[in-house]
Design a protein around this ligand. Structure first.
Ligand SMILES: NC(=O)c1ccc[n+]([C@@H]2O[C@H](COP(=O)([O-])OP(=O)(O)OC[C@H]3O[C@@H](n4cnc5c(N)ncnc54)[C@H](OP(=O)(O)O)[C@@H]3O)[C@@H](O)[C@H]2O)c1
Length: 281
């Protein structure tokens, strides 16, 4: 049985490979990267590296030869539907027998602009008839690091998420479920991987617990929110992208309640305060 993790040079893929190494023999683990240069650390660590870009169907087909179980890590927004279709088509052509795909919270019903590509990809995998698990990942706690960093500089945690709730969890925990999925866990076709949904106010309390600092909290408008990130050193276009995420959170698109995550992990999730502490180390 051979296992391949795509997006292996990214944060999720790196964590997933680490988890996978504890579950299956090293010689059966393959990693997909876009360039040998980026994959140099993986090669040096003895991981079998295959090279392909999601934009290159022929490369993908060759990269998936002999692979049984695929952890398909979603790419970056842009031309993602075509890229993901290429991945699914190549997996089908190569005879891949199972795909775990990193999707989005409540993907088929979500009103988030981010969800459309994931809803599309889920349908493409279904249409290909490949047995699968959709890992409907909620929000990485890591996504909040710029806001947390800005707050620790200024003493005020500025967000624009209103009373919207988010099911934050550590990226490595989402990735561990991805690794367990391809290693052969008996998971259902859909896992809604969400931490307990909480507001920014609760996240700030966790940051205070993790750091021992007292922070003011401001639920800001777009202008003030973006200004706070720019003041902390983020480029204005990036601050604007972050505002888009805040609008999603305010609209409740990440407010998904499910016990799938702890069940799939086989243990409770790391608490927010412990998670923040880990990320700030
Ligand atoms: N749920 C959340 O909170 C959340 C947050 C951020 C992202 N995401 C999604 O989850 C995915 C994994 O997260 P992450 O933190 O690991 O992101 P990341 O660190 O940006 O890693 C993305 C990985 O995908 C690879 N990739 C991107 N486009 C590709 C293409 N056209 N062909 C082949 N490989 C491609 C990248 O390769 P290179 O190293 O060559 O660029 C990288 O290995 C992201 O790509 C995004 O779709 C989810």
């Amino acid at each position: 049985m051979n296992y391949l993790v795509t997006g292996a040079t990214g944060g999720f893929g790196t964590a997933a490979l680490k988890s996978l190494q504890a579950l299956v023999p090293q010689e059966n683990i393959y990693a997909l990267a876009r360039s040998a240069e980026k994959a140099a650390d993986l090669t040096a660590a003895g991981v079998n590296v295959r090279l392909a870009d999601y934009n290159q169907p022929a490369e993908l087909k060759a990269a998936f030869a002999g692979i049984d179980r695929l952890l398909f890590v979603s790419g970056a927004p842009g031309n993602r539907q075509q890229e993901h279709q290429n991945v699914v088509d190549a997996a089908k052509a190569a005879g891949v027998s199972y795909i775990a795909y990193t999707s989005f919270a409540d993907a088929q019903n979500s009103v988030s602009a981010l969800a459309a590509d994931h809803a599309y990809t889920e349908k493409a995998i279904e249409a290909a008839g490949i047995p699968h698990t959709f890992l409907r990942n909620n929000w990485y706690l890591e996504n909040e690091l710029p806001l947390i960093g800005a707050a620790l500089q200024s003493g005020e945690f500025v967000h624009a998420g209103g009373a919207g709730k988010t099911g934050w969890a550590l990226r490595r925990e989402y990735a561990e479920v991805g690794a367990k999925a391809i290693a052969g866990s008996d998971y259902p076709e859909i896992l809604e991987l969400s931490g307990t949904p909480v507001t920014y106010q609760t996240l700030v309390t966790a940051v205070e617990e993790a750091t021992g600092k007292t922070l003011a909290v401001k639920d800001a408008n777009q202008k003030d929110f973006e200004a706070s990130l720019v003041a902390a050193g983020l480029p204005a276009p990036v601050a604007e992208i972050f505002y888009g995420f805040q609008a999603d959170i305010k609209a409740g698109v990440l407010d998904v309640t499910s016990d799938d995550f702890a069940k799939a992990l086989g243990r409770p999730l790391t608490s927010l305060a412990e998670g923040v502490k880990e990320l700030l180390q």
